[in-house]
Design a binder for this molecule. Structure first.
Ligand SMILES: Cc1cc2nc3c(=O)[nH]c(=O)nc-3n(C[C@H](O)[C@H](O)[C@H](O)COP(=O)(O)OP(=O)(O)OC[C@H]3O[C@@H](n4cnc5c(N)ncnc54)[C@H](O)[C@@H]3O)c2cc1C
Length: 307
């Protein structure tokens, strides 16, 4: 342990908000992942800013965590500081048709608030189990909607810890990516412009999409959602099914039988088994159809020796 780093972080966030050797399986929807050396939960944007500066000064690598719903952490964990945004930075402010939400707010909570305000545009996001921060960086999307459609600006911290506001254009949203991802910034707040809509219509749309999700997706098992990005001109799930991989297992990691685009944890999967299965799927799909499947799921830690 780096005592100087630890002491400075403790002074910044308080003793209850920094843990040592925290098991990442507790913080990812895959329910796998070894220990992070330091696990820090800053309460405010200022604390977040200070935490990043201390990491830089002490040369401790850091990784930003939202709700861990798109993340595979290795079994050996992470030799650095995981900075968790979810649980804190959870303010929502509404002004007319504009909503500003801090990065730790869950999309489901934000969508519910928009519904209460009679504001439409976030119906697509209600069933995505991520935070505003994670969704902004990833340009999360579902059922024809994407975060970029309703986002007007994003406030981020640069890797040097400076606050910067990016307009929608400056965010350079792409398929599951954005400018913040490219510069390794930290989203602290996102502003949305919504449209007045009858709450009953909003509720109906959300319920319809949620029903479609639970019918088609293996929500009963831990996963990180769609494991792969959609390759141009194809659907990842269909390619995987056509490759004969439905139900394929490595230990407790399995290609979902309900939706082949999801790798699920049947109970006791390790990160290494999940990664072996991902690599097997990629190799089979490449060999049989010549298509490269890129992971949508982010990885953290070392997966050396997994093939
Ligand atoms: C059952 C299920 C269904 C899903 N359905 C969808 C879907 O329909 N559409 C979709 O797009 N995704 C879906 N996902 C994936 C996931 O929920 C989204 O990608 C979500 O946006 C990730 O948010 P998070 O807060 O969990 O991010 P995390 O998983 O914690 O992090 C993901 C990435 O974002 C970075 N990050 C997180 N917060 C910040 C921040 N504040 N600043 C900078 N970087 C940050 C992390 O470093 C990491 O690289 C699904 C996942 C599950 C488990």
């Amino acid at each position: 342990m780096n005592q100087e780093f630890y002491d400075q972080i403790m002074q910044t966030v308080g003793s209850g908000s920094v843990k040592l050797k925290e098991a990442m399986k507790k913080h990812t929807t895959f329910r796998v992942g070894g220990p992070a050396d330091y696990f820090i939960t800053p309460h405010t944007i200022q604390e977040m800013q200070q935490t990043i500066r201390i990491c830089n000064d002490c040369k401790i690598p850091y990784y930003i965590l939202g709700n861990g719903s798109n993340l595979l952490v290795s079994d050996t964990g992470y030799r650095g500081a995981v900075i968790q945004v979810f649980q804190n930075l959870d303010e929502i402010r509404v002004q007319g048709t504009s909503i500003a939400a801090q990065a730790g707010v869950l999309l489901s909570r934000l969508a519910k608030r928009a519904l209460e305000e009679g504001l439409g545009g976030l119906e697509f996001a209600a069933g995505i189990p991520g935070t505003v921060g994670g969704a902004s960086v990833m340009n999360a999307g579902a059922y024809g909607g994407e975060l970029k459609d309703v986002c007007t600006s994003v406030t981020m911290l640069t890797p040097q810890g400076e606050l910067k506001v990016l307009t929608r254009e400056e965010m350079e949203f792409g398929y599951r990516t954005s400018a913040v991802a490219k510069v390794h910034g930290v989203v602290v707040e996102t502003e949305f412009e919504l449209t007045p809509r009858e709450p009953e219509l909003i509720r109906g749309q959300m319920e319809k999409l949620q029903k479609a999700r639970s019918e088609k997706q293996p929500l009963e098992y831990p996963s990180a959602g769609s494991t792969f990005k959609r390759p141009e001109g194809y659907f990842a799930g269909k390619l995987i099914m056509d490759a004969g991989l439905r139900g394929c297992r490595v230990g407790d990691a399995q290609v979902s039988e309900k939706h082949c685009g999801f790798v699920i944890n049947r109970g006791n999967a390790t990160a290494s088994q999940i990664m072996q299965l991902i690599r097997h799927i990629q190799a089979e799909v490449k060999e049989q159809f010549g298509v490269t499947l890129e992971t949508e799921v982010k990885t953290l830690g070392c997966f050396e020796g997994v093939d």
